[in-house]
Design a protein around this ligand. Structure first.
Ligand SMILES: Nc1ncnc2c1ncn2[C@@H]1O[C@H](COP(=O)(O)OP(=O)(O)OP(=O)(O)O)[C@@H](O)[C@H]1O
Length: 470
């Protein structure tokens, strides 16, 4: 094959990013040229052949990277462009993909990932055609969008940005309250269907006997009580997106019907004779393990395959605790706007409590808490005392107040006539702390000591004492 190296252009006003990316790409055998602005790229294109791949930053003085992307899509539609940005919200990623970006790289990125991406793109683009950009959408706002800065959320936003353009079915998974509906709304809002309706139906919230007519509608007189024609959610969502929440709760006969409708794109209303044809993108969501339901014979495998063309998973909030402060701030601000009051803020100690909480109800639990605090906390700064009794207990066994348990134990032993229980209580106290710390650190003693605020020798001595006693 051609020995000639591939030319890649890297556009970024930040010299250090330009330098490290260009160096990594050169080390991988690519011929790389750096530019510090969109203008410099357009000037260069007037006098020399285009590269085979271009990486561009978004925020740059002069024309930004998305304007450059737009120009390039007109002048060089075949040229793959990778957009790099530290702003990885859905609006930015979707904006890039809508503009025709080949891919989106979240800053800071791993250099190996960037090189692997370049290799992949150049392997795919032996000169193949680029997809036409989807029509731009006007008036989109990211203000109601998803908050998240953790790698998992950034990856998710990138996937939403990309998927919004494709008419594929998407299955959104994640525990309750993780934001599955918000993801479905973002997929709709950023898609070419944005001007058509987004219709949501919670399968678990509708009695099974009404679900069919809720989905597909019914004609007047179709069943007792059906006095008027009812247009179902599928028809309401024509041209747009139908969000089917809690899909795992759908009764079996309806699963069969849904599968047929998804395959054929047409159906009859209940009691109707006219075939109704709709163009609907289905986004389904579940907090259940659908594979397990399939294995149990409670969910159709073929329906799962049809819904699960692409899967987006929302991690529980306890696995992305770093997002808690930003989410909390957003919710407190929203509450303050609603109450037309100045926003409250979390004090450091209260925030620490939030960061340590397990959030069994995920983002919804945090949102509800913030609304309650906005209404009830007396001061402008929220303190740990304001949180007392407000945090739902986690899914693990609830922790009883240990000093109550200790007092009960001491009372019982004293009642039994035991003496000298102080030393025994201290030893058990130590053992409980040490075991918890060692379990937490996976057996690493130095870290366990540091976490407990003990010297390493003290920990070793206490462990030795505990073992001697056994
Ligand atoms: N990343 C996020 N950024 C901002 N708000 C969020 C985020 N995730 C969830 N929320 C908010 O939390 C609440 C719960 O989200 P949503 O209803 O989308 O969760 P869900 O996973 O669909 O829940 P369920 O499984 O119970 O239906 C909503 O009010 C939503 O606006």
């Amino acid at each position: 094959m051609a020995a000639e190296p591939s030319t890649i252009w890297v556009v970024d006003d930040d010299r250090s990013v330009r330098f490290v990316l260009a160096t990594a790409l050169r080390e991988a055998g690519f011929d790389v040229v750096g530019f510090d602005s969109a203008r410099a790229v357009l000037d260069a294109l007037a006098t020399r052949p285009p590269p085979r791949l271009l990486f561009t930053d978004v925020r740059m003085p002069g024309d930004d990277g998305l304007v450059l992307l737009d120009r390039l899509k007109h002048s060089h539609p075949q040229l793959p462009v990778v957009v790099m940005s530290a702003y990885t919200d859905v609006a930015s990623t979707a904006g890039a993909f809508r503009g025709g970006a080949h891919d989106f790289l979240s800053k800071p990125f791993d250099l190996d990932d960037a090189v692997a991406l370049a290799e992949r793109v150049l392997a795919q683009h032996g000169g193949g055609g680029e997809e036409a950009p989807a029509p731009a959408l006007a008036g989109q706002s990211a203000s109601d969008g998803l908050v998240g800065d953790t790698p998992a959320m950034r990856q998710l936003f990138r996937a939403i940005g990309r998927l919004a353009q494709a008419p594929l079915s998407v299955l959104v998974t994640g525990e309750t309250g993780t934001g599955k509906e918000l993801v479905a709304r973002a997929l709709h809002r950023e898609s070419p269907r944005a001007r058509a309706p987004f219709v949501a139906l919670n399968t678990a919230a509708i009695p099974a006997e009404l679900l069919e007519s809720e989905l597909f509608g019914h004609e007047a007189g179709a069943f007792t009580g059906a006095s008027k024609r009812h247009v179902g959610r599928f028809e309401q969502a024509d041209g747009g997106t139908l969000f089917l929440d809690e899909i795992g709760d759908m009764p079996q006969p309806l699963q069969t019907r849904l599968l047929r409708v998804l395959a054929e794109g047409e159906f009859f209303r209940v009691g109707g004779r006219a075939l109704i044809r709709v163009d609907v993108r289905v986004v389904a969501a579940t907090h259940q393990d659908l594979e397990a339901l399939v294995a149990d014979g409670r969910f159709r495998a073929d329906l799962l395959h049809r819904l699960d063309v692409v899967r987006l998973h929302l991690p529980p909030l306890r696995e992305r605790r770093e997002d808690v402060p930003k989410l909390a701030e957003r919710f407190l601000r929203a509450a303050a706007e609603k109450f037309a009051a100045p926003p409250k803020r979390f004090g450091k100690a209260a925030l620490q409590r939030l960061l340590g909480h397990d959030w069994p109800g995920n983002v919804r639990e945090l949102e509800n808490l913030c609304w309650r605090l906005a209404a009830l906390a007396p001061g402008d700064t929220i303190t740990p005392a304001d949180l007392d009794g407000m945090l739902a207990s986690s899914r693990r066994a609830p922790v009883r107040e240990w000093d109550d348990a200790l007092a009960a134990w001491a009372g019982a032993r004293l009642a039994d006539g035991d003496t000298g229980i102080h030393a025994e209580a201290l030893a058990r106290f130590d053992r409980a702390l040490l075991e918890a710390a060692l379990a937490h650190t996976g057996g690493r003693r130095a870290e366990a000591a540091q976490r407990l605020g003990l010297g390493r020798n003290t920990l070793t001595r206490k462990l030795g004492a505990g073992q001697r006693r056994e």
